[in-house]
Design a binder for this molecule. Structure first.
Ligand SMILES: [Ca+2]
Ligand SMILES: [Ca+2]
Ligand SMILES: [Ca+2]
Length: 207
């Protein structure tokens, strides 16, 4: 569950019961609200948009281990609503991916003027057990229900237990070329020593 309180927030003590909007998980144990991020106005309609992660979400038939998901909600939003009514749901590609354990704005990494979105899947296994993956979705991202194989870019960890996708985020324009750049932490990175950790930066690239 994710609650939204409309600004300006006046001083005082508040309960979530007085939130201006809430986004409810759409079923049993989805982990909805494990992450949430304002991603800017990804569809250029004048309203800011939000992404909510649900890393325990499961929609793979005959599977018990969650693939995870991230939901996109176009603004404006108010009132109590189900994430089942989100603008988009992007689910993890495989069981145990835990997609949506982090969601974040990317800034505009492809230089088309529209903000882009990051979705982490810390336990994605395509380059080794829990090497992890970060998906980049250029704005405007796909609407409706799909899996993250539709992302515009996918960045996987270097080795097993790299666990990239945790706390991924924008770093502004680090190389000064006018395009936004992204940082991808890899807490399990063992380039220097076991679990020494590292942060990798990808510069934005123009069209
Ligand atoms: Ca918008
Ligand atoms: Ca863009
Ligand atoms: Ca840059």
């Amino acid at each position: 569950m994710t609650y939204l309180v409309r600004g300006p927030l006046v001083p005082g003590n508040w309960s979530l019961g007085s939130a201006d909007a809430s986004f409810r998980g759409e079923g049993y144990e989805t982990g909805a609200g494990s992450s949430v991020a304002g991603v800017g106005d990804v569809n250029a309609d004048g309203y800011d948009d939000v992404v909510v992660g649900a890393p325990s979400f499961l929609d793979i038939p005959d599977e018990e281990r969650p693939n995870g998901a991230a939901y996109l909600l176009y603004g404006p939003r108010a009132g109590s609503q189900s994430l089942g009514d989100a603008t988009a749901r992007w689910s993890g590609e495989a069981a145990t991916d835990t997609a949506g354990d982090i969601v974040a704005p990317a800034g505009d990494v492809n230089g088309d003027g529209q903000p882009d979105v990051l979705v982490g899947a810390t336990d994605e296994d395509s380059n080794g057990f829990s090497a992890g993956a970060v998906y980049v979705l250029f704005g405007p991202p796909p609407e409706g229900e799909s899996d993250l194989s539709l992302a515009d870019a996918k960045i996987v960890g270097k080795h097993a237990l790299n666990e990239v996708g945790d706390h991924v985020g924008p770093v502004g324009d680090l190389n000064g070329d006018g395009l936004d750049d992204i940082a991808i932490p890899a807490i399990g990175d063992s380039t220097v020593a076991e679990w020494s950790g590292a942060v990798y930066v990808f510069f934005g690239r123009g069209p």
